[in-house]
Design a binder for this molecule. Sequence first.
Ligand SMILES: [Zn+2]
Length: 323
Amino acid sequence: MPAFSQHIVSRRGFCLCCMAATTVAASGGWLTPQQAFAEARGIVDLIRDGAAKAPIRVHKLRDNISILEGSGGNIAVLTGADGKVFVDAGITASRPRILEAANGLSHDPVTHLINTHWHFDHTDGNQWLNAEGAAIIAHENTHKHLLVAQRVEDWDFNFPSSALAAVPTDTFSSEKTMKLNGSTLHLKYYSPAHTDSDISVAIAEADIFHCADTYWNGIYPFIDYSTGGYIDGMINATDANVAAVTDKTIVIPGHGNPVSNKAELSAYRDMLVTIRDNVANLKQQGRSLEETIAAKPTAAFDAKWGQFLITPALFTRLVYEGV
Ligand SMILES: [Zn+2]
C-alpha cells in the first residue's frame, strides 16, 4: 500500500484506496461482525487523516451561501455585514485551507458558528473558530456532550472533553430563529436520530435546508447508538426533512455530495425504510446478527450506497441493533 500522502482522497473527503482496501478488496464487499468492528475502529483516524490532506472545495449555492467540502461534515457558510456564519466547524487540521476558502468568499470576520450535533467531524474546529470570533450555537445536548469525555462504542473511540472555548455558549432545546446577513435561519431539534443532539438549519429566503447527519447523500449513514441515535429516529428525521423541502429547495447532507435535492432525499428515505424492514423481518425470524449479515438485507442498495465509509455489513449491524 502506498504512503497516505499518495492516496487518492475522493470528492467526499474519504480516501478511496483505504476504503477499497478495508472493505471490498478485503472482504468481497461483506464483513463479518468482527471485521466490521475492526473496520469501524479506524474511522476516526481515517476522517482526521483525510482532512489533514484534503483540499477544500467551494460550492456556491444561492445568494451569499456556499458549502466548504473536504473537512469532516459539509460546512455551510453565510457571508455578509453581520460577519460570516458557519454551519459546522470541520476538522482542526483543515484550518488554513478552510480560512483560505472562506476568505475567498468574503473578508468579513467569522462571528457565528452553528454546530448541527456534537460529533468530532462537525465540532473539532470549534476552538479555532471561537478564537477567530465566532459565538457557538447548538442544541443543549451538543453542549452537554462536549463538556465531558464521550465514548462512541461503534468507533471504539474515546473523545476527551473539549476546551471551554470549544463548548457552545448559546444553546436551545427545541427551536431557535436567527436573523443574520439578510437571512432568516431556523434551527430545529429533530429528537434523537443520528445522535440525541441533531438539528436542522433552514435558510428561509434562499430556500436551503441543512439536514445535519440525518442525511448522508449516496452513502450508508452512521448511527450513533452511544449518544441516543437509532434507526427509527433516522427515518423519523428523514420524513421530517422530506416534508420540510420542495422540489426547488437545495438540500445539504451532513456527508456525501453536498448539493442535493428532494428527489435524492426521498430515495435515501426509501433505502432506509426498506433495509430497516428487511433487517427487522430477519431478526423477528430469530436470525442472529451474523446470519442477518449473511442474508444480505442491503444487497439491492449496495452498489449505490455501500461504497464509502459505512459498509453493507456495518450498516446492517447498525440497523439490527435498533429493530
Ligand atoms: Zn455525525
